[in-house]
Ligand binder design. Sequence first.
Ligand code: SAH
Length: 255
Amino acid sequence: MRVDIVSIFPKMVKAPLAEGIVARAIARGLIDVRVHDLRDFTTDRHRVVDDEPFGGGPGMVLKPEPLFAAVDSIRESRGTKGRSREREAVILTSPDGERLTHAVAERLSRQEHLIVLCGRYEGVDERVRTHLATAEISIGDYVLSGGELPALVIVDAVARLIPGVVGDEASVSGDTFASGLLDFPQYTRPAEFRGHAVPPILLSGHHREIERWRRRQALERTLERRPDLLDETRMGALDPEDAALLKELLTKSRK
Ligand code: SAH
């Protein structure tokens, strides 16, 4: 997958991409991430990227020309300018966009090319939304000062879903949300820490029992913290053993 991120603070975007799983995926050629300075796509001497809002009001707005020019240039360098761009998404980071969820990350992970535009100030000229972006993504109901952190969140969430990026596939498919349930509790050595012991079942070596315990914990935790994840469709998809467990948990919680 190819990812292009356009920002007025390219250094801020590059630093986190140099560590951890995403950095390893880049080094192994699983994803190719390029970071572009929006100012490189201005044509004036002062490299101006923002201007006052028409109609007045506080703050500045990112001008449309550099953002359109950046996307044109990225497409040109990839040879996709004017071609069909079926598997390309131009993502505008925006607090009023579609909320980033596991399902959205999965959808994006199936694209060949993501272009992520980072807003700043009061936001971007509306024509960027209507005539350039193909998706608008929010990482949550709060306002950040720019789209750089959201761009990194999107890239991280999407990269994990690309085959090979996370060493052990089972680790991704069992993650919270991917499995439809929250993850079960994890413990590591020491078996007793400050008087708090690890659940004995985990030390028992009974794989089948351990699996059952984990499944039960995952169901219990989901029921407690995120009952919204256990909607009708999900309930229908539960295997008989899970369904029985859940029924048991529900009866218990009603008592
Ligand atoms: N005036 C705008 C907020 C602009 S914040 C409004 O009220 O909607 C500046 C930029 O930060 C936005 O253009 C966007 O790119 C980014 N941003 C802020 N919060 C975000 C969020 N929750 N998700 C994604 N991007 C966000």
